[in-house]
Design a protein around this ligand. Structure first.
Ligand SMILES: O=C(O)C(=O)C[C@]1(C(=O)O)C=C[C@@H](O)C=C1
Length: 112
């Protein structure tokens, strides 16, 4: 990730690019950093909510996973992604990745 060469073969080094290009890159990266921070904060809030779901499920001996609910979420998210011009396949993979982690947490709560 960070060990990529700074200068591709035949390309410009970071020092060589025009100052305007550098300024544009810096501006865009600031925006990316803000978005990444928002994603982290939103994920933290989501995990706070799912931890509560995990405790509720454990207390009432409900199974950690709910495949029916997941199907609904995936359908909904794929629709939202398409409307937002985001690849729905990526959106589905992303949601599945998060849900797999949530199920792992639910299982740990149920065992504890
Ligand atoms: O809604 C639930 O029942 C949850 O446990 C939350 C959640 C999710 O992360 O959205 C996680 C696991 C389930 O399979 C479905 C959804």
């Amino acid at each position: 990730m960070t060990d990529q060469p700074q200068t591709p073969p035949g390309g410009n080094s970071v020092d060589e690019v025009d100052q305007e290009v550098q300024a544009e890159l810096t501006r865009l990266r600031q925006s990316i950093d803000n978005i990444d921070a928002a994603v982290v904060h939103m994920l933290a809030e989501r995990f706070k909510a799912t931890q509560q779901v995990g405790r509720l499920k454990a207390r009432h001996k409900l199974p950690p996973a709910d495949p029916g609910r997941e199907r609904q979420q995936i359908e909904r998210l794929r629709g939202l992604a398409s409307e937002a011009h985001l690849d729905p396949v990526f959106a589905e993979k992303f949601l599945n990745f998060i849900i797999a982690e949530v199920i792992r947490h639910h299982e740990a709560i149920a065992r504890s």
